[in-house]
Design a protein around this ligand. Structure first.
Ligand code: CMP
Length: 136
């Protein structure tokens, strides 16, 4: 059935001028852009977004990274868009993400304590609705 997903172009993607290229790939696959904005995240917002990762070793570096510059927040719609975007994004670790994916084509390890992996996508219908409420 038709779903919505939250996509974030993370600060590395925005800083490297890849926002347009990334959004273009999602649109080219056929998903429909439903809302879009550039936003400097706040710490409270990120703590809510990443609540499930609290206590993990990469949690603080992740928040620092996500606070380091603006992100593009987007809502995309379509049949199975949650699964479809995650496939397009590729594996979490950009070093090994398959070529042809956003992370595989545009990302690599920059030697930081967190995966700077260009994009975030919701992982379930429940997460998508929760995350959309945080960012929009
Ligand atoms: P994201 O999909 O936004 O969800 C959590 C983020 O934490 C993830 O993308 C990566 O940026 C980062 N991350 C996940 N796992 C690790 C890890 N093992 N080491 C470093 N960073 C990670």
């Amino acid at each position: 059935s038709t779903e919505r997903t939250l996509v974030l172009v993370k600060p590395d993607g925005v800083a490297r001028n890849l926002s347009g290229a990334i959004l273009s790939r999602i649109e080219a696959k056929g998903y429909v852009l439903a809302d879009l904005k550039l936003v400097q995240a706040g710490r409270d917002q990120l703590e809510a977004h990443y609540a499930e990762h609290l206590g993990k070793p990469f949690y603080e570096p992740l928040l620092e990274f996500m606070l380091s510059g603006p992100v593009v927040a987007a809502i995309f719609e379509g049949e199975r868009v949650i699964e479809g975007f995650r496939s397009l994004a590729g594996a979490t670790d950009p070093t090994v993400a398959a070529p042809g994916t956003i992370r595989g084509d545009f990302g690599r390890d920059w030697g930081q304590k967190v995966q700077q992996n260009l994009v975030h996508g919701s992982d379930s219908v429940e997460s998508a609705e929760r995350e959309i409420a945080i960012w929009f």
